[in-house]
Each structure stands twice: as C-alpha cells, then as structure tokens.
Design a binder for this molecule. Structure first.
Ligand code: ZN
Ligand code: ZN
Length: 412
C-alpha cells in the first residue's frame, strides 16, 4: 500500500470537522476581495496544525508553509471567493448572506485543501519536503492571483517544484479528471465604443447612425471564428451586450459593444484581438464615422496549459489510487487565474477537475440525454455539489498528487 493511501486511511478522523467547516463556509459566502471571514477560518486552522502562516497577501490571501526536511516543494492552491447570486438550492446550510452564494464550489476547494493540509501535517513521518498551501482571493474577478504576486508572494514562499490546483465541476462525484496541455481557455473582455453623429430619427441624412454601424460590426464579428480561425482550433467570440440610444425617434451619438472571447493558444488570441480591432475600425470608416472607435481589453484571464510531465505524474498517481474513477478531462471553455502564480514563479503546474454531482442523478440524466438541462452547472443558483464523496475525493486527490513529489515512491 502506498503512503498516500495510508494517510487517507485516517480521513475518517477529520471527516466530521471537514463537513462542518464546509457547511459553515457554504452558509457564509464572501464576494471577491472580501474573503475576510474565510481567510480567518483558514489561518486559524493552519496555525493550529503547525504551518507557518502568512495572511493579508494581496488583500485576503493566506499561505501556509510546512517544512518537513529535504525534498520537493509542492504548492497546492484553493480559491476562496463566492458570487453575487441568490442561492436557490433550499439546502439547510444555504447562504445566510443576501444575494451572495458559493455557486462555483470554491467552498469545496477550501475544505479539501484544508483537509489535505491537516492530513499531511498529522503524518509528517510519511513524507519529506515542503508543502505550500495557498488560499487565493478573487478568482472570479480574475485578479486575485496577480494581487498576491504584486504583494510580494514570491518573497514569502519557497520556489515550488510543482503547483497543483483543482475545480469541482458537473460530473459524477468520486471521479477525478486530468488533461495534459491546454485545459482551460484564456478569456478576454473587449469594450468597443463606436461614434456616429446624432440627430432626429426623421432626418437620417443629417446623421451618422451608430446603431446601424454597431449592428454591422456584430454581423461582421461572426466571421472571425468561422472564416479566420482554422476549423480544428477551438475559439469563441460572443457579443454579450450592445447599448445605444434612448428612444425611437433620436439617432444617438455613439454605441457600446461588449465582447467576450475564449482561446486556447496565444497566437489565436492575438489574431482574434487584431481582427476585432480591424473590423471595428473598418466598419467605422465604411459608415463615415466622425471619430475612430475606442477599443479596451479588460478582465483578461490567462490560458491554463498543463505541464505534460507534471500532469502525467499526477494522472499515474490518480489511476493507481482511484482506479477507473480517474478519467480524462475534456477541454473546458471556462477560464481561471490559477496559472498566474506558477507562471510568475517559473514552476510547472497541473490543474484537474473533480465531479460534484450525485452519481445516481448523473447516471439518470445521462440515460435520458438531459445532462445539460437537468444538472445545474457552476454559477447556477442551483449549483450544489453533493458533500460526499466530493469532499473525500477532492481531499484524496490533493494528497495523492502532492504525494507524487513528496517521497511517496520511496516510502511504499
Ligand atoms: Zn466561477
Ligand atoms: Zn470557480
């Protein structure tokens, strides 16, 4: 039996505490950059278990360091923030905070990382190296990881040999899914403001109509993915918002379009941003616009591109531990700022997912072909991972993955 499994035999001793903490976190969600209470709960426990604890990094970020002799340094990361959503699950530990909800499962991530940290701290005779447990604020706004880096994270923690992260997603609870290479898309939001010349709706000849101009840009943007990107290359370009004017008989002065794009290579991202700018400028010119459009890129998330060697190492350890519950992960169109930290520290990283759906409900939805309509996904007011085996699986995944660097092979 491997050491990781030996440690996990002790899971039952922490299970009740972990479930209580998870219910407490779920009932007290906090928005991005406001994770004060959560950070306090985390820091207090890490201190109790013997970690060197640093708080207030990039606002509410917390890091726990446990040095346990020579060996690799493994960074494990959980995000802590919730979303501005009103919970509709009706569960007895539902959010007690008005219009705030743990609808992305970050409460699961915190509980699992604390569970893994506790087990590893209690069994230091079973492994060697340094553990860095990183609790990150503000993943949903995409700037929490960068905030920790800007606040001097690199000077606080030892350089990791690998960084590990996980996310709970729809899928049978008990499963763990890995994927080498690109796994989550990069994301960018783009705000385009185009300019016309306003006037009376009855005298269009005296105006340059920015509504028509914006409409033509929306249509032309549909050709970016369909005509300019290879069919084998996944990419998404959505116009999520278009705003102009106030009433039917006034031609307004300007129009604002809000775009969101998702890409899986830096080259595709650069090409799409260039195409968006070209189309906005070209259509403005074709319309006789009196002024160049303004184009702002904001809320950018990096590409999450798993290191091949690190992912293979984790996948092998998962297969050994979880058997047929270790599965390949599909390419996701969601985005994350997890990779900001390892990229800045020059460390390889891998990011996997765990299922959070009741396995029977999942099997039934699959049988009926209604997975997309029946299984609430992240950011839904109905998203609620089943507590078990989700927590046990997420905790085990972190211990098993970290174990692949912390002397597990030597200590069978
Ligand atoms: Zn989310
Ligand atoms: Zn999330």
């Amino acid at each position: 039996m491997s050491i990781a499994v030996g440690i996990l035999n002790d899971y039952d001793s922490i299970r009740e505490d972990q479930e209580a903490l998870y219910r407490d976190l779920h009932a007290h969600p906090e928005l991005s950059h406001h994770e004060m209470r959560t950070a306090g709960e985390v820091a207090q426990r890490l201190t109790e278990w013997g970690f060197e604890v640093h708080t207030g990094i990039g606002g509410t970020g917390v890091v726990g360091i446990l040095r346990n002799g020579d060996g690799a340094t493994v960074l494990m990361r959980a995000d802590m923030d919730a979303l501005p959503i009103t919970e509709a699950t009706g569960v007895e530990y539902a959010s007690t905070v008005d219009a705030v909800m743990h609808a992305c499962g970050h409460d699961v991530h915190v509980a699992c990382l604390l569970g893994a940290a506790r087990l590893l701290a209690a069994h230091q005779d079973s492994w060697q190296g340094t553990l860095v447990a990183l609790f990150q604020p503000a993943e949903e706004t995409g700037d929490g990881a960068r905030g920790m880096l800007d606040d001097g994270l690199a000077g606080i923690i030892p350089k990791p040999d690998v960084a590990l992260g996980q996310h709970v997603l729809p899928g049978p609870a008990g499963t763990v899914l890995t994927r080498p290479g690109p796994v989550l898309s990069s994301a960018d939001s783009v705000r385009i403001t185009v300019f016309g010349r306003g006037g009376h709706g009855s005298m269009p000849q005296k105006t340059v109509d920015p509504v028509v101009l914006a409409a033509l840009i929306v249509v032309r943007l549909q050709t970016v993915v369909s005509r300019e990107i290879a069919p084998t290359e996944p990419a998404v370009l959505t116009v999520g918002s278009i705003r102009a004017g106030s009433r039917s008989n006034i031609i307004p002065d300007d129009a604002v379009l809000e775009l969101n794009l998702r890409t899986y290579t830096d080259a595709t991202r650069a090409h799409m941003l260039e195409a968006i700018e070209r189309i906005a400028r070209g259509e403005s010119q074709a319309s006789g616009s009196p002024k160049e459009p303004t184009i702002e890129v904001h809320d950018s998330f990096p590409l999450t591109e798993n290191d091949h060697a690190a992912t293979t190492r984790v996948a092998l350890a998962f297969t050994e531990h979880f058997g047929d519950r270790a599965l390949p992960m599909e390419l996701q169109t969601a985005s994350e700022d997890f990779s900001d930290v390892p990229r800045a520290l020059g460390a390889p990283y891998t990011y996997w997912s765990i299922g959070g759906t009741d396995p029977d409900a999942w099997a039934e939805a699959e049988r009926r072909g209604t997975v997309f309509s029946d299984i609430p996904a992240n950011h839904s007011p109905l998203f609620l991972p089943v507590m078990q085996p989700t927590l046990a699986t997420g905790t085990a995944a972190l211990v098993v993955a970290a174990g692949a660097w912390l002397g597990l092979e030597k200590n069978r």
